[in-house]
Design a protein around this ligand. Structure first.
Ligand code: MV4
Length: 446
């Protein structure tokens, strides 16, 4: 196992990794920008190195500075966290070429599965249900029209270099398709440097369900069941839960088996998440694979009792997974609410500033993963998420009530937070009766 790991990230996920390292007797190295200088969470690492000015492009995304920090600190491995460079295959390759273990999948697997069209083809080849649609990249509008007529509207145009909702366009008719197809290609070219798009039939009233996976270098692949992420606003997940209330045990079994089969078929190692859309008849379809640890990983940890960050470190150190699938049992129900420094009465606009007072909820079955504290200044330079409130309950209703109680205890002064909307959702009959789909929030609240 490693003696020292550099965490190429910031905030709550950096702290999450420092903590796992501390428990494993591994030294951790923090990096920070000038905007994060003095943040208390940095002192929970064993070393901290300034890597530049506040803008991520001048600090947290600077591969040369991260590698230099790893070099001078004597780190043997680098954990990318999520976001930032976590799915940048070039960064993973540079880490390896410079003699550092990248704590994640190989850069080859990352590049292959990060291309959405390739991932879709690999899923098809592995016999995983995929959405009806084009057989590969669609070159022009005429081809797009032919495919849309074959699979019937509405259809989704997706950028192969996109993901997470970026570079997606919906079309309900030939006229719409003629416009949005070109727009999608142009946006993808501008955003990702690759304008290639493919087309899928749009699964209406979709539920978004993803399966957590962890695989080692010896062919052992385990799932930690699913997470339901249907409660989203503009592709920002607000509430995640497990088990999903939208699928039954049979669908769960098939979905988790499909996820394991796909990852086993492509020789993927470390943590990953396979995303599916589920229609109202519980049919599920492969959408994409996320080759990183995700924000919502604590949901799966609280459901199964498995520490995913520690599992990642074991895999990266070329050890076998310290558990097998039969050791992994789901117990109870888990709900996670992301706590964002955003003003729900001001269209969720970011609300940076100094936290002058903070009361963090607690009690049985309540976990708060956060790097903030009273006196901490939420920076305008970075993502507005200041923490994640995760609750466990013996069943969904106990868990829902516990989350409502915990959110109601949460007190913060100096910034606005997005809690009121989450309380609205948790108290809404559509959520309580699990009748929601991905557009529920945007359709219910303006
Ligand atoms: C879909 C879909 C319905 N049909 N694909 C969006 C980003 C990526 N993570 C998966 N996404 C979807 N792909 C087909 N063929 C529904 C989603 C989806 C979604 C779409 C529009 C607006 C919000 C959404 C939230 C979750 C999933």
């Amino acid at each position: 196992m490693f003696q020292r790991i550099l965490v190429a990230n910031r905030g709550e996920i950096a702290l999450r990794i420092f903590r796992a390292c501390r428990e494993m007797g591994i030294e951790s190295v923090a990096v920070f920008s000038e905007a994060d200088r003095g943040a208390a969470y940095l002192d929970l690492a064993d070393q901290k190195i300034c890597i530049g000015p506040p803008r991520v492009g001048d600090s947290y995304l600077k591969i040369d500075r991260l590698i230099s920090a790893a070099e001078v600190s004597g780190a043997e491995a680098i954990h990318p966290g999520y976001g930032l460079l976590s799915e940048n295959a070039h960064f993973a390759e540079v880490c390896r070429d410079c003699g550092f273990e990248f704590i994640g999948p190989s850069h080859e697997a990352m590049a292959m599965l990060g291309d959405k069209n390739t991932a879709r083809s690999l899923a098809k080849k592995a016999g995983i249900p995929t959405v009806p649609g084009s057989d590969g990249i669609v070159e022009n509008v005429d081809e797009a029209l032919k495919i849309a007529r074959e699979f019937e509207y509405p259809v989704l145009i997706k950028a192969t270099a996109g993901g997470g909702g970026r570079g997606m366009r919906l079309a309900y008719s030939d006229d719409e398709l003629k416009t949005v197809f070109v727009e999608a290609q142009q946006e993808a070219k501008a955003c990702f440097g690759n304008g290639d798009c493919y087309i899928e039939k749009y699964i209406e009233e979709p539920r978004h369900v993803e399966v957590q996976l962890i695989a080692d270098n010896y062919g052992n692949v385990c799932h930690l069941f699913e997470r339901d992420c249907t409660m989203q606003r503009r592709h920002q997940k607000l509430i995640e839960e497990s088990p999903s209330p939208h699928i039954g045990p049979e669908t769960r079994k098939k979905m988790c088996a499909a996820a394991v089969k796909l990852v086993s078929s492509v020789g993927y190692a470390n943590a990953g998440t396979i995303e599916f859309v589920v229609d109202k008849n519980e049919n599920f379809y492969f959408i994409e694979l996320n080759a990183r640890i995700q924000v919502e990983h604590p949901v799966s940890e609280m459901l199964t009792g498995i520490d995913l960050i520690k599992a990642q470190l074991h895999v990266a150190a070329n050890e076998k997974l310290p558990f097998t699938q039969k050791d992994i049992q789901a117990r109870g129900h888990v709900i996670e609410c992301r706590i964002n420094a955003e003003d729900p009465n001001f269209n969720f606009a970011p609300s940076p500033g100094k936290i002058t007072a903070l009361n963090i909820p607690g009690g049985y079955g309540v976990r708060f993963d956060s790097h903030v504290h009273a006196g901490y200044s939420v920076s305008p330079y970075y993502d507005s998420m200041i923490g994640k409130l995760i609750c466990w309950g013996a069943d969904r209703e106990e868990c829902r009530r516990r989350m409502i109680r915990a959110l109601s205890e949460f007190r913060v002064e100096g910034i606005k937070v997005s809690i009121s909307r989450q309380l609205d959702i948790l108290n809404h009959p559509v959520f309580i009766n699990a009748q929601g789909f991905t557009s529920f929030i945007e359709k219910t609240w303006k």
